[in-house]
Design a protein around this ligand. Sequence first.
Ligand code: FRU
Length: 488
Amino acid sequence: PAYSEPHRPQFHFTPPENWMNDPNGLVYHEGEYHLFYQYNPYGEQWGHMSWGHAVSDDMLHWEHLPVALEEENGIMIFSGSAVVDRQNTSGLGTADNPPMVAVYTGHYTDEDNPRQDQRIAYSLDNGRSWTKYTANPVIDEAMENFRDPKVIWHTETERWIMVVALPTRHKVRFYSSPNLLDWKLESEFGPAGATGGVWECPDLFELPVDGREGESRWVLQVDLNPGSVAGGSGGQYFVGSFDGKTFSRDEHARERTNWVDYGKDFYAVQSFSNMPDNRRVWLAWMNNWQYAGVIPVKPWRGAMTVPRELGLAMTEQGPRLYQQPVPELQQIYKERHQMEDIQLTAGEDVRHDQLRGTAFRMKMTVRMEDAKQFGVRVRKGESEETVIGYDVAQEQLFVDRKKSGEVKVHESFADTVQAAPLETDNQYITLDILVDHSSVEVFANEGRRLITNRIFPRAASDRIELFSRGGTVHIDTLTFWPLKSVWN
Ligand code: FRU
C-alpha cells in the first residue's frame, strides 16, 4: 500500500515523491483547504522550485493535485501566499467568480546576478488551473534578496497589505494595494529580535487576547536561518499594533526573543488565509536547513507539521502566542485509553500494555511533587528512545533525540538536547504529545511552549515508558489515542 515506506509520516503531509520545503499559498475557499508548497518536480534535492498542490476538507486528509505553478524561462517560483479576491479588486475574475490569487517571489539570474521580485498568478477554477499575470512582476526593486510575500486583507483601511522579507538586512517591508496589482511601499520593520541569520517567510495577523475580541494585538512572525534557538532554522514573533501602514512593537515586549517553537524542525510557518469562523491556523515545514537535504527518507523528502490553532494569552510579559493541534485531529483517533492517578517513584520505569505505538497522541496532567525530573520515553526499542521530559530545577521542558534512531544524519542532528523554558503552575505541568513515524511534537502547558523534532527510529520501536528522578511524580490523568493513517 502507498505511504508505507520506512519513516513515512502517517498523519502529516508529505508529497508522494521528490523534494519539498516551505508551505505556500495556504488558503481556504469553497469548503476546501489549499496547501501549496515549495517543490522540485524533478528530484529529491532542492531545485527547479515550483508550487506543488494539495487540497483537503479537514487539513489532515489531503488529495494530491498536479503542480500549480511551474518554473518557466529560468524563473523559479519561490515562497509566497494566496488570497481569495472576494470583491474582484484585481479585475482578474468576475464578481460572481472571484479569483484566487497567488503572490510569490520570482527568482532568476540576470547577468550572473541573482534577482528576486514579487509576482502574481490567478485561478478561476478553485485552484485547478493557474495563469501567470501578463504584467509581472508587480513589484521589482532590482534586489538580490527580496522574498516571501504574505498578503492579507486589511479591513480598516480596505486595502491589501503585503509583508515581505529583506533577508540580509533583517527587515520586513509593508506594501499596500487597492487591487493586488499596484503596490505602494508603506514602511519597514527591523532589524529587531534575533538577527543571527537571514530573515525569511514573514506572516502577519491579528488575534484577540484571551479570546476577547475587543482586545486584540497584531503578531508579526519572521523566520530566521541560521541562528535560531535550537541551531539552524526557526521562527520568532513580535507582538504589537498595525494600522495598515506601520507595525509598532509593544513597549513591554522588547526584552527577549519570542521563539515560535524550541525544536529543531519548525520552519517557514504560514497561516491560512480566508479561514472561516475567525480561526487562525498555521503549519510549518518540519525540517531544518542544516540537514534537510540528507534526512534518511525516500522517495520523498520533506514533511509538514500538524496544523496548529493559534491564540494569544496575556502573561506577565504581555500577550504571548499559544498553539494547539487543530480539533480536527479527533477524526483520526482510533480509540481512547484513559488512566488516572499514576504515582511514579524515582528510579522505577512504568510501562503499560495499552501504551504502545508508532503514531499516537498522548496527553498528561502531571504534578511534579518532590521529583527533580519527570519524563516519557517514546519510540523506544532495544537500543533507541526519544526522551520528552521536564526538569524542575532548570524549569525546562526538553526533548532528547540523541539516541532516537538514525542520528548520524548530520553532525548537527543530535549534538544537543532541545530545551524550552517552562514554569510549573502549583507544581503542575501539562503535556500534549504527537508522535508519528518520524516526528515528535510537544505542546506543553496548553500550547504555551512547543518543541518539534524529526526522529528516524526503527518501525519496531513502539514502546512508551514513564519515569521520574529524584522524587515522586503524580499523573492525575493520562489519555492516549492511537491515530489512524490519513493516507489509507
Ligand atoms: C525558506 C526559503 C524562502 C524561499 C524558499 C526557496 O525556506 O529559503 O526564503 O522563498 O525557501 O525554496
